[in-house]
Design a protein. Structure first.
Length: 164
């Protein structure tokens, strides 16, 4: 009979210990969630409210005209797809837009399109690997476009870049 009393007493302590542990885990989880919420509110960027955005839009109407002017001078070129020089079984596809300083010239845009295509056929995969290679490619393309256009194209925007 003494053994039965010890077994029931031991089970009661085990259950109460489990309940205490569950309560501690629950409290710590709530504290962690609350701390994360507070820290997220402090570190997260503040998003403008729609009313503030409308007021800012009315004040900056002049800036909107500049953006529209840029869009009018933006000429998207047809997608360029070609194989690389080495390894020749790898293909590259890019979509480019040109930002003209004045009115867009479609004949010049076609010449630039063909010039970019010819240049990409000479590029190897090792030259454009990684972020630095991509940066060099962008700089080379911008330089070629500015030379070809004699300053009439202000910038080159890479919209897509895929190597297969």
């Amino acid at each position: 009979m003494a053994d039965t009393e010890d077994n029931t007493g031991g089970k009661g302590k085990g259950k109460s210990g489990l309940i205490v542990m569950a309560a501690v885990v629950l409290v710590l989880s709530l504290v962690a969630a609350g701390g994360g919420w507070v820290l997220g509110g402090v570190l997260a960027p503040q998003v403008d409210q729609p009313e503030e955005t409308a007021a800012a839009g009315a004040e900056g109407a002049g800036e909107g005209r500049d953006a529209t002017k840029t869009r009018e001078n933006l000429v998207p070129l047809d997608p360029i797809t070609t194989n690389l020089s080495y390894p020749s079984d790898n293909w590259i596809r890019i979509e480019v837009s040109l930002v003209f300083t004045g009115s867009p010239d479609s004949e010049l845009a076609d010449q630039i399109h063909h010039d970019i295509l010819a240049y990409l056929r000479t590029v190897s995969l090792q030259q454009i690997e990684g972020p630095r290679g991509f940066q060099y490619l962008r700089e080379d393309l911008r330089e070629r476009v500015k030379l070809r256009s004699q300053g009439r194209v202000n910038d080159l925007l890479l919209r897509t870049f895929v190597i297969e």
